[in-house]
Design a protein around this ligand. Structure first.
Ligand SMILES: [Zn+2]
Length: 99
C-alpha cells in the first residue's frame, strides 16, 4: 500500500469509527496493545483531540514525519462523536492517560 492510499484510509470516517470501536490499529488493522500512539498536528496536540485513528507505536512511526507530525502515546483514549452544535464535525480521539 502506498503512503498516500494509507493516509486516505486513515482519514475515512468509517474506518476511523471502526478502529475506535474495535480498538484496532488504523494502519495495520491488528488489535491495539499499549502504548497506543496518535499522530496529530501541533493544534491537535494542544487540544488533546486527534482525528487520525489510534495506532501501534511502530505503525505510527512508519508514517514518518508528515504534516501531522507530532506523536503522542497513551494507555487509553476516549472516542468523541461530534455534538450537534460542535464546530468540529469529525469524530475525534482524546487520549486520557498520556505516557
Ligand atoms: Zn499497527
Amino acid at each position: 500500500m502506498t503512503v498516500t492510499s494509507m493516509t486516505e484510509r486513515l482519514t475515512t470516517k468509517k474506518w476511523v469509527t471502526r478502529c475506535a470501536l474495535s480498538r484496532i490499529c488504523g494502519v495495520c488493522g491488528e488489535p491495539l496493545g499499549r502504548p497506543i500512539a496518535f499522530r496529530g498536528t501541533t493544534d491537535e496536540v494542544g487540544r488533546n483531540a486527534f482525528h487520525l485513528p489510534p495506532m501501534h507505536l511502530a505503525c505510527a512511526a512508519s508514517l514518518g514525519a508528515r504534516a501531522e507530525s507530532e506523536l503522542v502515546t497513551t494507555a487509553g483514549f476516549e472516542f468523541v462523536r461530534p455534538a450537534r452544535d460542535d464546530r468540529d464535525r469529525r469524530p475525534r480521539f482524546e487520549p486520557n492517560s498520556l505516557l
